[in-house]
Design a protein around this ligand. Structure first.
Ligand SMILES: Cc1ncc(COP(=O)(O)O)c(C=O)c1O
Length: 402
């Protein structure tokens, strides 16, 4: 039993020491929409190239959050009014909310206990002539079988959007997570492995989707680096389209670039410690779902499935006593249809639309409900520090001692 209390912190480095961060401050360039000079180009292009290493996509467009990335990705893939988008029952609520924000209808599918991601065998039961896209969330670093997922979407002629907010740097079937979809999205919110506090990215190898996403995020202005030589701005009004401003500031893009470097340096040691902890958990009969087609798994959080709710609660109580706050450990998400957030009829922007059906709250996804009742997560940053893992191990021992 360790004597010391939990010492968690995230991020684990002093931000101002970041190389790109320092450069961004020196350059006095704050945004892609700001003043430039020939030698003061925005970081967007550099990010787009450097993030290929994570997403496996040709075009990587930074934006203000993972949530805005989802809305932009949906719109760039042609999803709009009254289209249906298939989402998993177990996820952070953003993927469901953003489907509603583009005035489309979320259609919920239960998850697979082996992956905690969407159960692909249920998907064709809910596909209709209105289905436009499938939004697959790579929960806690896992993903559905990518080959099956791609075939399923191709067979039914629907777009595949991969939500990689929780699977930075993952590889399945020899390919980067993020490169299987027509489009993928990442989040750089503070809890994520690569972070700038808030932030996100839309990633794709399809130049048309990339052009749409870029335009929509910049109030329908486009980046034109050739013209930028002649003028003192990089964004130009070259075409139609009702967009928004969902840009990420230069300082934040610099933070993402620094954070990406640090992620690369630490990811193997974090993964090794997670694997060791998973082994310990499995010895107690706790399940750590991880499908075998995942070659390289860099989890946002480690999911642990206990045998019943009281075991899970005892584990979380033990962690709380040891000083783990709710940022570092907690219950796995409740099924999205249980969230009281989805009352769009009360919001003026949804007036006249029928996007959430009367029986929304009556849905039942047996696996998602069980996983919420018996599942806990431990944040990736806990695995940066050996003493914290000893403590988390003590919590497991205390649950199974009797
Ligand atoms: C699976 C998933 N998708 C989307 C998001 C939204 O990202 P953001 O918080 O950057 O808007 C999150 C955030 O936690 C997430 O976990």
């Amino acid at each position: 039993m360790s004597n010391s209390g939990f010492k968690g912190s995230w991020p684990n480095y002093y931000l101002a020491e970041g190389e790109f961060f320092k450069e961004a401050i020196d350059r006095q360039r704050l945004a892609i929409s700001g003043y430039t000079g020939e030698k003061n180009r925005s970081f967007e292009q550099r990010f787009s190239k450097s993030f290929r290493e994570i997403s496996g996509c040709e075009f990587n467009i930074p934006c203000s959050s993972g949530s805005s990335a989802l809305a932009l990705a949906l719109e760039a893939c042609g999803v709009g009014l009254n289209d249906e988008v298939i989402v998993p029952a177990c996820t952070w609520i953003a993927p469901t909310c953003e489907v509603l924000r583009v005035n489309a209808k979320p259609v919920v599918v239960d998850i697979d206990i082996r992956t905690l991601c969407m159960n692909l065998s249920h998907v064709e039961n809910v596909i209709t002539s209105k289905t436009k896209a499938l939004l697959s969330v790579n929960l806690y670093g896992n993903c559905p079988n990518p080959a099956e997922l791609r075939q399923l979407c191709d067979r039914n002629d629907i777009k595949l959007i991969e939500d990689c907010a929780q699977s930075h740097g993952g590889v399945a079937n020899g390919r980067k997570l993020g490169s299987f979809g027509d489009c993928s999205v990442f989040s750089f919110q503070q809890s994520k492995q690569i972070t700038s506090g808030e932030g996100g990215a839309i990633c794709t190898s399809d130049p048309i989707i990339a052009a749409h996403a870029h335009r929509f995020k910049n109030n329908s202005r486009v980046l034109d680096t050739k013209r930028a030589c002649e003028f003192d701005v990089e964004l130009f009004d070259l075409g139609p389209g009702v967009g928004t401003n969902a840009g990420l500031s230069e300082i934040q893009i610099a933070m993402v670039l620094d954070s990406q470097t640090r992620f690369k340096a630490r990811k193997i040691s974090v993964q090794t410690r997670m694997n060791e902890y998973s082994e310990l958990a499995r010895k107690f009969g706790v399940t750590v779902p991880q499908p075998d087609y995942i070659d390289d798994c860099h989890r946002y959080c480690l999911p642990l499935l206990f045998n019943d709710t009281s075991q899970k609660n005892n584990f979380l109580d033990a962690l709380r006593t040891l000083g783990f706050g709710s940022f570092f450990a907690g219950s796995i998400y409740e099924p999205v249809y249980k969230s009281k957030k989805f009352e769009p009829k009360g919001q003026p922007r949804f007036r006249g639309l029928d996007l959430v059906s009367e029986d929304w709250y009556e849905q039942q996804c047996e696996v998602a409900e069980r996983v919420h009742a018996t599942g806990a997560f431990v944040h990736h940053s806990v695995f940066l520090n050996h003493e914290n893992i000893t403590l988390a191990g003590d919590a497991l021992h205390s649950v199974f001692r009797s």
